[in-house]
Design a protein around this ligand. Structure first.
Ligand code: EPS
Length: 385
């Protein structure tokens, strides 16, 4: 079974990711992991922290001679900023120049976290609630992307909206679509929208405000039948939704035509099935976004994720001081204005992890060669239907 866990505080010494269940014999490219980490760091509207960090992974276990051993893969990403926070964040430091943070930010984990864990300074909450944790998720996702690549499965994403500005008339089939996405600081495929989005981010920045938006994640070449209809917690869409909604600040996840389907008659909401001798069964539309009955149906998996504006505002919202109980402005901590482009990279990682899990579940195997054989036999069976 593939599973992963992460550890680490935003300003602690390092982040840790442990991925278990990756089959033996998979070629792991450390450059690919570092490339994904670098992609996550980019984006117009990011704060000062990203100019301090150059995230790189240190592999501690599970890989030998560039190949996975089947044992847990432990990865470390050092926080360069830790040296500036050592007296505040060292696990056994007695002396602390840290002034407790007492006025929680509306929309953040600060207040519910403090209440739940019985702590007094919400730095103890925000350090782990921070989206810095997603660097570790991206490292885990990069390993899973390596696994998926062996089966021709790709996971990509782009920014489709920032604030009120949405990309228009774009088609992922268009030449250079993905080159445009990767070369845009906002990971948007539409140069005109890109300009407007940047302007909006500048306005937000001047106002001490923040912006959310939408990203679209697309997984291609996913074999039919990942996930299952037989039990609630095996459904692929349910699992992907959990993985994506757990990304900091994510508020909604839609598959295919998503919420738009509510307005339609059933006759216009589904993807009719056709058959053609060489092609087999196919659809001409993909309103379902590649998942039916909790299983992949062979069409691209298309997911729209909506992110709220992050709650760390320079122009702080009203809050209450936890000690005096008097009205106070929420604490201002260093922050980003917009993290939607980074969220796309994180969403890719989250989707890659879930698909890798579902793939390993369906085809089993401790070694990459065993899985390949089973996938090939399965594809033959489907073809002969
Ligand atoms: C982030 C690191 C954090 C934030 C941001 C993302 O660094 P710092 O708190 O030192 O500025 O910039 O965190 C959030 C968006 C959040 O919600 O906490 C990172 O590595 O992506």
């Amino acid at each position: 079974m593939i599973r992963f866990t992460t550890a680490g505080e935003s300003h602690g010494e390092a982040l840790v990711a442990i991925v278990e269940g990756i089959p033996a014999g998979l070629i792991i490219d450390i450059d690919n992991i570092n490339l994904e980490l670098a992609r996550r760091q980019k984006g117009y509207g990011r704060g000062k922290r990203m100019s301090i960090e150059t995230d790189k992974v240190k592999i501690l276990s599970g890989i030998r001679r560039c190949k996975s051993l089947g044992s847990p893969i432990a990865m470390l990403i050092f926080n360069k900023d830790f040296k500036n926070w050592a007296d505040i964040m060292l696990p056994f430091s007695n002396e602390s120049s840290s002034v407790p943070l007492l006025s929680p930010r509306p929309g953040h984990a600060d207040l519910p976290g403090l209440m739940k864990y019985g702590l007094k300074d919400f730095r103890d909450i925000l350090e782990r609630a921070s989206a810095r944790e997603t660097a570790a998720r991206v490292a885990a996702g990069a390993v899973c992307k390596d696994l998926l690549r062996e089966f021709g499965i790709s996971v990509m994403s782009y920014t489709s909206q920032i604030g009120s500005v949405a990309v228009e008339n774009v088609s992922i089939e268009k030449e250079k679509f993905w080159d445009n996405v990767e070369s845009s600081e906002l990971r948007s495929p539409d140069i005109e929208a890109d300009k407007k989005m940047k302007k909006l981010i500048e306005v937000a920045s001047l106002k001490g405000d923040t912006l959310g938006g939408k990203i679209i994640v697309i997984a291609k070449n996913v074999p039919v039948g990942l996930g299952s209809h037989v039990q609630h917690d095996l459904k692929l869409d349910g699992r992907l939704a959990q993985a994506l909604i757990s990304i900091q600040a994510m508020k909604a996840v839609e598959f295919g035509d998503g919420v738009k389907l509510a307005e339609l008659f059933g006759s216009k909401a589904h993807d009719e099935i056709f058959y053609d001798k060489p092609k087999g069964f196919y659809r001409e539309t993909n309103r379902a976004g590649g998942i039916e009955g909790g299983m992949s149906n062979g069409e691209p998996i298309v997911i729209t994720c909506t992110m709220k504006p992050i709650p760390s505002l320079v122009n702080a919202l009203n809050s209450v001081n936890l000690k005096t109980k008097e009205s106070a402005k929420a604490e201002t901590v260093r922050s980003d204005v917009c993290v939607v482009p980074a969220a796309g990279v994180i969403a890719e990682a989250s989707v890659a992890i879930e698909l890798a899990k579902a793939l390993a579940e369906k085809f089993g195997g401790d070694s990459i060669e065993d899985i390949k054989k089973r996938v090939s036999d399965y594809k033959e069976r489907i073809k002969s239907l």
